[in-house]
Design a protein around this ligand. Structure first.
Ligand code: FAD
Length: 390
């Protein structure tokens, strides 16, 4: 039998092909060199000062729009994209959010619903990280219920005129292009908005206690005039943004396990070396129970992510299954981080260790891309056939 590996107790690496391992190693090495040495400082300052450099470097390693085909994208498998999300979030959820919003929300919307001209204009520079994208769905008064959003686009001759406000938009202030969802006379439509358009502004939201190494913004659209071809031609209605969200949520199913893994590793390392009552705290049964339960949930979560990835690669992944994964993995990841925090005692609350940063980051991950309650309602509806949303 192969020896027991504390880093891979179920032998899940056996599920991965050499190409998958190569992707994982590349992203892990990039994050170790470019993110981990600096992220505590960015987090403390509440800023991501090098976001443009990071975006270009992520583009260079093929991590932006990674699982999309053509237009400069890497055309990787869903499993490989998931592994990349896990490694990025093991560094910080803010970096994974940058990549999720760029690839799975902004680029995916254009790739899936855009015209050939829109794809050619935007996707290559977004894949290279030259242009950062954002995705504006949430509004100050409409979060979980986006069907009720108020931002609207009206025809004026051949042009569109876009008016409204978006809230909590990742990458907003640094974006060169915004995909904005708005009501029109024809139903909800997506618009590709260059952020230098007159009437568009994106003030940054400060004072966050979570995802501090991530840019989060308001989008203000005050009569932004757009040409007729700014609309995404391929979709009308809520299924447009929901299709993008499903793709991004899939990445989060993996990503959350990265934050959990980093916290688990910190706790295991600490438990082996920290001594109280004359012996390592890892030798106490209560600490071992915590570590065993954390390892069980961590690797079950990775196995679930892998299963969903294979279904996505086979074109068989249903949105309810993504909800299943997002609900479980983010909820368990935050629990793992909180338990890891207790093992580190007072050091657990320090930025010298990653666990509190991961735990507070996951508070955002628990809320965005559908709250826990929304995913419970999705599954509740699928199980019972009864819609409890309203
Ligand atoms: P609400 O919808 O007001 O919900 C408040 C509470 O009520 C939640 O617990 C919710 O589950 C519960 N609730 C609501 N309806 C029901 C119901 N029917 N039954 C039971 N409970 C219910 N949005 C974007 O569009 N683009 C982005 O890039 C983006 N980035 C984000 C980054 C960060 C850091 C954060 C925190 C958020 C981001 N969001 C983004 C917004 C995010 O998607 C929303 O916050 C989320 O959808 C929840 O909306 P809300 O905050 O308005 O909460």
């Amino acid at each position: 039998l192969p020896p027991f590996d504390p880093a891979d107790p179920l032998g899940l690496d056996d599920l991965l092909a050499p190409e998958d391992l190569a992707v994982r190693d590349t992203v892990r090495a990039w994050a170790a060199e470019r993110v981990l040495p600096h992220v505590a400082e960015w987090y403390e300052k509440g800023e991501l000062p090098v976001i443009r450099e990071l975006a270009r470097e992520l583009g260079a390693i093929g991590a932006l729009g990674m699982s999309l085909e053509g237009y400069g994208c890497a055309g990787a498998s869903a499993v490989q994209y998931g592994l990349a999300c896990l490694e990025l979030e093991a560094a910080d959820s803010g970096i994974r959010s940058l990549v999720s919003v760029q690839g799975s929300l902004a680029m995916y919307a254009i790739w899936r619903y855009g015209s050939e001209e829109q794809k050619r204009r935007w996707l290559p520079s977004m894949a290279a990280g030259e242009t950062i994208g954002c995705f504006g769905l949430t509004e100050p008064d409409h979060g979980s219920d986006p069907a009720a959003l108020r931002t609207h686009a009206k025809r004026d001759g051949a042009d569109w005129v876009l008016t409204g406000r978006k809230m909590w938009i990742t990458n907003g202030s640094v974006a060169g292009v915004a995909v904005v969802w708005a009501q029109t006379d024809e139903g909800m439509r997506g618009f590709v908005v260059p952020t230098d358009a007159p009437g568009f502004s994106a003030p940054e939201i400060r004072h966050k206690w979570s995802l501090r190494a991530s840019v989060t913004s308001e989008l203000v659209m005050d009569g932004v005039r757009l040409p007729a071809d700014a609309v995404l031609p391929g979709v009308t209605g809520l299924k447009g943004p929901l299709g993008c969200l499903s793709h991004a949520r899939y990445g989060i199913v993996w990503g959350a396990m990265g934050a959990a893994r980093a916290s688990f590793e910190a706790a295991l390392d600490y438990a082996r070396t920290r001594e109280q009552f004359g012996r390592p705290i890892g030798g106490f049964q209560l600490t071992q129970a915590k570590l065993a339960d954390m390892a069980v949930e961590l690797h079950k979560g990775v196995l679930l992510a892998h299963h969903l990835g294979r279904r996505m690669d086979a074109g068989r992944l249903r949105p309810e299954q993504v909800s299943f994964g997002k609900l479980n993995n983010v909820r368990e990841a935050i629990e793992i981080c909180r338990t890891a925090r207790t093992i580190l005692g007072a050091n657990g609350i320090s930025l010298e260790y990653p666990v509190m940063r991961h735990a507070t980051n996951l508070e955002s991950v628990l809320t965005y891309e559908g709250t826990v309650e929304m995913h419970q309602l999705v599954l509740g509806k699928a199980l019972t056939g009864l819609d409890a949303f309203r």
